[in-house]
Design a protein around this ligand. Sequence first.
Ligand SMILES: [Zn+2]
Length: 222
Amino acid sequence: MVLNLIFLGPPGAGKGTVAQAVMDKYSLIQISTGDLVRAEVASGSALGKEIEAVINKGNLVEDNLIGQMFEKYLKEKVSSPDFNGFILDGFPRTLPQADMLKGILERLNQNLTAVIYIESSKDSVVKRLSSRWTCEKCKKVYNTVSLKPKVDGICDVDGAKLIQRDDDKPETIAKRYDTFLEKTLPLINYYEKENILYKYDGNVSPALSIEAANKIIEKFVK
Ligand SMILES: [Zn+2]
């Protein structure tokens, strides 16, 4: 049984941790379009050169180039006897990309098994991510939940003040959350209509989140 999966979830939902656990458990490959772009450019192929020219001009790589690259890569992977399925990272992000993906999978005789949406509230995401504090002097990173400094607000190493980077501030995290929902809702609706959307409550510990994801996936493994 091949498992082809997509995980969706706001930044801070623990998507990376869950995807990694599922990938290890079922020996899936992760396909990151960012990695593909870098590898294609490094290979010096005609497509790589085309993509490099776009990037050098400071432009975004167009969907159809991403699609070509992805199809070429996946075609090679699915023909391997070791292929058990994939988890996509960073793709699709938009409806046109989702349509394109559908076409590619059809041509390669593949199906998307499930799109798993890790539902997480804004509160829990903000709480989780805003716990990062950084020493203003040596840049050591602390976490007020899992890696507390000995004295609140003070670096263990050099006694300097701990500050919160802009990226770790609650208001920045809340904004990223809103942007995620706005951009991803159409995709969620799209996969709901395709009857392959499965969601679970991600406002739990990483271990429970992995368990919830596995419970969904187990249905397809029999
Ligand atoms: Zn320090």
